[in-house]
Write a protein that binds this ligand. Structure first.
Ligand SMILES: *Cc1c(COP(=O)(O)O)cnc(C)c1O
Ligand SMILES: [Zn+2]
Length: 421
C-alpha cells in the first residue's frame, strides 16, 4: 500500500504525516498490491464476516479491510459499524425512473446520516494511528457532522470551518452537538479547503476532507457492499450525485479493483449528476475539455452540492468517466425537489442532494443515454432529517395540503370520516 501522485507519479509512504498532496500539487492516490488476492477466498471471508458482532469487522466498511486499509492494526480502528445500509427495490421509483430494474442504496442510513461515515472511519482511524489528536475539515455540513462524531469517539478534537451560508441548520447543529470547535466562515467550501491546504500543517491539524486519499479508500466500500448484497452481480448503471466528486472517484476506483481481482467481469457505467447551479464537472465533460473551470458562485437548494471547485475532479475523470465509461448530467432545483418528494413518499427518504440521482436518471433515460431495458442503482447520500427546511419545499409537489401550517380540525368522528372518505 502506497500513495502515488495522480500527476507526476511520484510515490510516497502512507505512514508519512501531513500528506495529502504531492510536492507538485497533484492529488495522491492509494495504490494497493492485490497480486496475490484471490476473489473466491475473499468472497468466502467477506461472507463469513456477516456473522461478526461488536468487532470492527462487523461494520460495512471494515468487513472489506483487505481491500481498503490492510496495514492498519485492527485495534486502532475507530468505528460505529458504519455502512451495513439497506438496498431497496421500489416499484414507484422504478416507474418514475423508467428503467427495467432499479435499486436504491441508502447510505443515508449511516450513523451520522450520510455516506461521509464510510470514508471518515478510515480517515480518523488512520490519523489517530499517525498520532494526530486534532482533525479538521471544511464542509457543507455532512463531512463536519461525520468527522465530529468520530473525533469524539476517538477522544480527539474536531476543528470545523463551516460556511455561514448554504448549510442546513440541522447539519450545523449536529456538528456542534458532537462537540466540534466550529468556525462559521464568511467564504464557502472552496475557500475553507484552500485555507486548510495551506495552513493545516502549521496548525497541527489532520485534514479529513476528501483530498485525503484515505477517505476515498473508505468510500469504495459502498460499491463493495452493493456488489456483495447483489451476490457480486452489479446493475448496468450506478448513479451518484457529484459535489466534491469523492464518491464518483471512489466508486470508479472500487470497480476497477473488483474487476482486477476477479470479483466481477463487467464494470457498470457510472452516471454523475450535478446540480445545475454547481455543475463545473458536467460542463467540462460536455465541452470535451480536460481541465475544470470552477463555478465561481455555486447556487443550489441541494446544499451538499454547493461546491464550485470540486477537488477530486482529476480522479473522477480517470476512474468514473474514463475507466467506468461514465456520463454526467445536471438537474434543476425543481427537478431535485420533485424527485425528493417521490423518494420520501416511497418510505426511503433522503436530503435534496441525494434526490439528484433519481432526477438525473430520469433525464438520462429520456435522452436515451440509459436504456429502458437497463438496470440501475441510485446512491442516496444523506438522510431525510439532514435538511428539514427542504422538506417543506418538496412537499409542494405531492402534498399541497401539508405544505403550510395545518388548520386545526375539531376531533369529531364526522370530521375525520369526511376527510378520510
Ligand atoms: C458530500 C455529499 C455529496 C457530495 O458527494 P461528493 O462525493 O463530494 O461528490 C452528496 N450528497 C450528500 C448528502 C453529501 O453529504
Ligand atoms: Zn506529483
Amino acid at each position: 500500500m502506497k500513495f502515488v501522485c495522480t500527476q507526476c507519479h511520484k510515490e510516497a509512504l502512507v505512514s508519512e504525516r501531513g500528506l495529502y498532496r504531492c510536492v507538485c500539487g497533484g492529488l495522491l492516490d492509494t495504490i494497493h498490491d492485490f497480486k496475490n488476492m484471490d476473489a473466491q477466498r475473499l468472497k468466502w471471508l467477506f461472507d463469513s464476516r456477516l456473522a461478526e458482532r461488536n468487532t470492527p469487522l462487523a461494520g460495512g466498511v471494515w468487513r472489506y479491510k483487505e481491500l481498503i486499509h490492510p496495514e492498519l492494526p485492527i485495534e486502532r480502528i475507530v468505528t460505529k459499524y458504519e455502512g451495513n445500509t439497506g438496498l431497496y427495490d421500489s416499484e414507484a421509483l422504478r416507474t418514475a425512473a423508467g428503467v427495467r430494474r432499479l435499486w436504491i442504496k441508502a447510505q443515508s442510513e449511516n450513523p451520522s446520516g450520510s455516506f461521509k461515515d464510510n470514508g471518515m472511519t478510515v480517515a480518523v482511524s488512520h490519523g489517530r494511528w499517525l498520532g494526530y489528536d486534532r482533525f479538521a475539515c471544511t464542509s457543507t455540513g455532512n463531512t463536519s457532522s461525520s468527522m465530529a462524531m468520530y473525533a469524539a469517539l476517538a477522544n480527539a478534537e474536531a476543528v470545523v470551518f463551516l460556511p455561514s451560508e448554504a448549510v442546513s441548520r440541522n447539519k450545523a447543529l449536529q456538528t456542534e452537538a458532537y462537540g466540534a470547535r466550529m468556525f462559521r466562515t464568511t467564504g464557502g467550501y472552496d475557500d475553507g479547503l484552500r485555507f486548510l491546504d495551506r495552513y493545516a500543517d502549521s496548525l497541527g491539524l489532520y485534514i479529513c476532507n476528501s483530498i485525503n486519499p484515505l477517505r476515498i479508500e473508505g468510500q469504495k466500500s459502498i460499491v463493495f457492499e452493493l456488489a456483495h448484497q447483489l451476490r457480486w452481480k452489479l446493475p448496468d448503471w450506478i448513479v451518484v450525485p457529484g459535489g466534491a466528486l469523492s464518491n464518483a472517484s471512489a466508486l470508479g476506483k472500487g470497480l476497477t479493483e473488483l474487476r482486477d481481482i476477479g470479483f466481477i467481469d463487467t464494470v457498470p457505467r457510472i452516471a454523475v449528476v450535478q446540480a445545475e447551479g454547481a455543475s463545473p464537472f458536467h460542463r467540462m465533460i460536455q465541452s470535451g475539455q480536460r481541465s475544470l473551470i470552477p463555478a465561481s458562485r455555486p447556487d443550489t437548494i441541494a446544499n451538499a452540492l454547493h461546491i464550485g471547485n470540486p477537488p477530486n475532479w482529476p480522479k473522477a475523470l480517470r476512474y468514473a468517466i474514463e475507466f467506468a465509461d461514465g456520463v454526467t448530467a445536471s438537474v434543476s432545483d425543481e427537478e431535485i425537489l420533485e424527485a425528493k418528494a417521490l423518494i420520501d413518499r416511497s418510505g426511503i427518504g433522503c436530503e435534496p442532494a441525494s434526490a439528484a440521482t433519481l432526477a438525473g436518471l430520469r433525464k438520462l433515460v429520456a435522452a436515451g443515454t440509459v436504456g429502458k431495458d437497463e438496470t440501475a442503482a441510485c446512491l442516496l447520500t444523506g438522510s431525510l432529517l439532514k435538511d428539514t427546511d427542504a422538506i417543506e419545499l418538496s412537499l409542494r409537489f405531492d402534498s399541497p395540503n401539508l405544505a403550510g401550517p395545518l388548520n386545526p380540525v375539531e376531533l369529531t368522528i364526522e370530521n375525520i370520516r369526511h376527510v378520510l372518505m
